[in-house]
Design a protein around this ligand. Structure first.
Ligand code: SAM
Length: 383
């Protein structure tokens, strides 16, 4: 038996969160615990942002059910979209990229498990090439068909071959996930600006809330993505959301009900600029939220005013030591300027991520007891 090698995908900027979650999940499996550290994890393999390569040595896999434990753990993860069993990566050397790519597919042993297996090939491509992803799918599909005898079934396939090309790096693998692992909620209401579940999970992890926060608030809750992720992650916590748009409040309530969290998650109609009037002082362990940011909000003055009022509200509702994590524009100096006016908040961590082709920053703040002398603008903290 060879090593088990898996390619995992996430949002660029959240790779460290994936590694932490994977190790945690393996350690929580009684039979795997002792071998969890034998897994090696490479972040951004071949320079691929938003990817990780997790390798499990063959001697660990030969131990009883470890292979199944590993795949089960991967498929339960909340910080990733897809799991691909990695077969081969080749840096294509010459000028005829399509011919070299097809040779790489030819040299990779894609094997059907049963004679009933059918397959499809999908391809993600980035960089400049004289062909499109659909051309790779069609031509690589012909190679796999010839090689294995499997027939193509684009909908009902049982084997999903991935042939991805980023510049000259070609990766061949078998995708184990069907829909993305982020498709974990039944959405009754989902506006265009909704946050991806993986990003919501990453923000909750970056808050470092410990095992048992009692109350988490999202005052710009929209469809409630952060509310649902928080409820799943902290089964004992009370979760509150609010939004100033009534359609969002009603939609988020429906989503909460569909997820079965209505006994612990409440959603109210409120303006996030009035947090201090809506919630008692020091009543919340964490504010995790995704306010509107960037061009959609119009003039800079509106933006600054909204953030000023919102951060003052956070200062009021957070208990000392409590955390706020929000996704905002990456103009750090702007957030730093607003923050400089708040004596009770300190920046703990900031990082830029990529989501849907935009590059917002995740800001992590902490509620402190005001101490102007000892206060620093940013005290760097990892996840
Ligand atoms: C980027 S969206 C949040 C999306 C949400 N995370 C989701 O997954 O659906 C921002 C939300 O803030 C709400 N909003 C804008 N200004 C607000 C304010 N002053 N108070 C409360 N909510 C506000 C909008 O109605 C919108 O639902």
């Amino acid at each position: 038996m060879g090593d088990g090698v898996y390619l995992l995908t996430t949002n660029p900027g959240l790779e460290d969160i994936v590694e932490i979650e994977l190790r945690e999940r393996l350690r929580s499996r009684r039979d795997f615990r002792a071998d969890a550290d034998a897994i090696s994890v490479e972040r951004k393999p071949w320079g691929l942002a938003g990817a990780l390569l997790a390798s499990c040595p063959s001697d660990v896999l030969s131990d009883g059910t470890h292979g199944a434990d590993l795949e089960d753990s991967l498929l339960e993860m909340q910080s990733i979209y897809h799991v691909v069993r990695h077969l081969r990566t080749v840096e294509l050397p010459g000028d005829d990229l399509m011919a070299e790519l097809l040779a790489a597919v030819e040299e990779t042993a894609v094997e059907p498990v049963s004679s009933d297996d059918t397959f499809r090939v999908s391809s993600k491509r980035s960089g400049t090439h004289p062909f499109r992803s659909v051309d790779i799918e069609r031509e690589a599909g012909a190679v796999v068909q010839r090689q294995t005898g499997m027939s193509v079934d684009l909908e009902g396939y049982t084997v999903h071959v991935r042939v991805d090309l980023r510049d000259r790096v070609c990766t061949v693998g078998l995708q184990l996930t069907r829909d993305g692992l982020d498709q974990r909620w039944e959405w009754r209401y989902r506006p265009r600006v909704a946050l991806r579940t993986v990003v919501a999970y990453g923000m909750l992890r970056l808050a470092r809330l410990g095992a048992a926060p009692q109350c988490i608030l999202d005052p710009f809750c929209g469809s409630g993505t952060i509310l649902l992720e928080a409820a799943k992650m902290y089964p004992q916590a009370r979760i509150a959301g609010s939004d100033k748009v009534i359609a969002c409040v009603e939609g988020a309530r429906e989503n909460v009900r569909a997820a079965g969290f209505d006994s612990r998650v409440s959603v109210v109609h409120a303006d996030a600029r009035d947090l201090a009037e809506t919630w008692p002082a020091a009543s919340v362990d964490a504010v995790i939220t995704n306010p509107p940011f960037g061009v959609r909000l119009g003039k800079k003055t509106d933006f600054e005013h909204l953030y000023d009022r919102f951060l003052r509200g956070i200062e009021h509702v957070l208990r000392p030591g409590g955390r706020a994590v929000f996704l905002g524009g990456k103009r750090r100096h702007f957030v730093a300027r607003v923050l400089a006016r708040m004596r009770g908040l300190r920046m703990k961590h900031v990082r830029v991520i990529e989501t849907g082709g935009v590059y917002p920053a995740v800001y992590v703040l902490e509620r402190i007891t005001p101490d102007p002398a000892g206060r620093s603008a940013v005290s760097e903290e990892g996840p």
